[in-house]
Design a protein around this ligand. Structure first.
Ligand SMILES: Cc1cc2nc3c(=O)[nH]c(=O)nc-3n(C[C@H](O)[C@H](O)[C@H](O)COP(=O)(O)OP(=O)(O)OC[C@H]3O[C@@H](n4cnc5c(N)ncnc54)[C@H](O)[C@@H]3O)c2cc1C
Length: 470
């Protein structure tokens, strides 16, 4: 028998989990289910070993002022959830620093500080002495002639195990949603094989013999790198393509107290190396991520090469990709990243200069390649004019209403449609709650169901956030 729901969510990473969380707790949606192809939730890009575990507020990156406000809102929601459910080992507070080396970078840093100070009054500007006090290894062994400065936030910055955070979202959604008398089902080991439009929603076919066919009034595809693949199977999003950019990491013993970021190049923002406390192996610092093009959607699953080819598109996508990757700066960058792949332990020598920018005294012999760590950032390419060959940085979503598609990227826009496709390259994990809020508000509006604003505000209120992080 076909199971019928008001809302189905495909993908049990942190995005899909946050969507189930908000839909179950704060809406009038009476029946919903989450479908995840793996046996466990949060095991692909959201897993602790796949990403850099940073809760981004955006001041440490090149995000615009508006995007920082947006990032911070989502980050606050993640922290609020963690505090409410006591997720101390999953969301951990660490200081964060943005380090500038040399006069050019310091000028950029000063401009960033001026821009961000109003939003983050506790942001400090540090000179070399100030840096030495909080992160001694950043100054130890540094050439005294080298100019350095940093902006630094001692509190309210966090590292997150997003895989376990996803599990908490799902567990609490099921418990609290069912307590409200709703149907909230979670089917793991359930791969979606096909989606088709029906008169009043969508029909889904899965590989799970217990739940082979499901129908829904509204559908959210949050399948990470596979979202575009599923959308293209339905003949949607043909103007989009995906460049899978894999990230690798290196490890050293613990040499930093918190997270230390370096100044990004706005053209290749995923390129700036940072050092982070390793949540997987306490007592270690993790460095990276690197960035290299791979022709598959999952770095550790060669079979996903064919999925990438199907989501990639035709000649216009190829022309766009070549155009983007052959930009001089990016070619040089990709070449450098190729050297980080050298075998026989040689990569520690090619990568060492990136770490020495932050910790000058580190020796190559103290660096090891982190095997099995780092996922794929599905960077989205818009192949259409007038954007033409444009790499869409950050996450993007498409809202689909029959044949009408609305691409939403970095702007606040609304559209009609009972199908949402989420594409979530970095910092997509930070944006899980922000994305979920947008999607769940949208779906309730489209279905004509209520959104419990008072309960939502009570749970996530600023006053409560201040109280829990004080
Ligand atoms: C190297 C690297 C570093 C990063 N660092 C950060 C960081 O520090 N901070 C940050 O905020 N973000 C970071 N990111 C980005 C972040 O990891 C992702 O944006 C986030 O995890 C995406 O979550 P998701 O739930 O959308 O996707 P995923 O976690 O990939 O989940 C998608 C789920 O969909 C499932 N799925 C796929 N196809 C199907 C199907 N057909 N049927 C059913 N289920 C399906 C998959 O099994 C998977 O569980 C980083 C990413 C990388 C690669």
């Amino acid at each position: 028998m076909v199971e019928r729901y008001e809302l189905l969510i495909i993908g049990g990473g942190v995005t899909g989990a946050a969507e189930l969380d908000l839909a179950a707790k704060f809406t009038g949606i009476r029946s919903m289910a989450l479908l995840e192809s793996r046996l466990n939730l949060g095991e692909v890009n959201s897993a602790v070993w796949m990403n850099a575990n940073t809760l981004h507020r955006g001041w440490e990156t090149q995000h615009s002022y508006e995007m920082v406000v947006h990032d911070s809102h989502s980050a606050d929601m993640v922290v609020a959830h963690a505090k409410q459910y006591g997720l101390d080992g999953i969301v951990q507070e660490f200081p964060k620093m943005l380090l500038a080396v040399g006069e050019k970078e310091i000028a950029k840093l000063q401009a960033r500080y001026a821009q961000m100070q109003g939003l983050f009054p506790d942001l400090q500007f540090l000179d070399g002495n100030g840096i030495a006090q909080v992160e001694p290894n950043v100054m130890r062994g540094r050439n005294p002639k080298q100019k350095v400065a940093a902006i630094y936030r001692a509190r309210n910055e966090f590292a997150v195990d997003y895989g376990r955070f996803a599990q908490s979202c799902v567990e609490t959604a099921v418990r609290e949603g069912r307590a409200q008398g709703k149907t909230v089902n979670v089917y793991t080991g359930t791969k979606v094989l096909g989606i088709s439009q029906i008169k009043d929603g969508y029909a889904i076919k899965t590989n799970n013999p217990q739940h082979p066919e499901l129908e829904t009034r509204a559908l959210i595809i949050s399948a990470g790198a596979h979202s575009l693949y599923l959308a293209k199977q339905m003949n949607h999003c043909q103007y989009l393509s995906v460049a899978p950019i894999a990230g690798d990491f290196f490890r050293t013993r613990k040499v930093l107290n918190g997270k230390v970021y370096t100044i990004q190049n706005p053209n290749i923002p995923f390129a700036a190396v940072h050092g982070d406390p390793d949540l997987q192996e306490t007592g270690m610092t993790r460095w990276g991520p690197t960035a290299r093009f791979v022709s598959r959607l999952d770095k550790f699953d060669k079979k996903t090469a064919k999925d990438w080819r199907k989501s990639f598109g035709g000649l216009s996508a190829l022309a766009s990709l070549v155009d983007i990757l052959t930009d001089v700066e990016k070619t040089a960058f990709m070449g450098k990243n190729f050297l980080y792949q050298l075998p026989f332990g040689l990569s520690r020598y090619t990568f060492a200069p990136s770490i020495r920018k932050v910790v000058p005294a580190i020796k190559a012999s103290q660096i090891e390649f982190a095997e099995g760590v780092g996922g794929v950032r599905p960077q989205i390419i818009d192949t259409r004019a007038p954007h033409g060959k444009k790499l869409l940085l950050g996450e993007a979503k498409v809202i689909i209403d029959g044949d009408t598609e609305t691409l939403i990227h970095g702007e606040t826009k609304t559209a009609d449609g009972n199908l949402i496709v989420n594409m979530t390259p970095s910092p997509g994990a930070t944006m899980c709650m922000g994305n979920a809020e947008y999607d769940v508000r949208h779906i309730t509006r489209v279905l004509g169901l209520p959104f419990n604003q008072a309960k939502f505000e009570d749970f996530f209120s600023t006053r409560k956030l201040e109280a829990v992080v004080a």
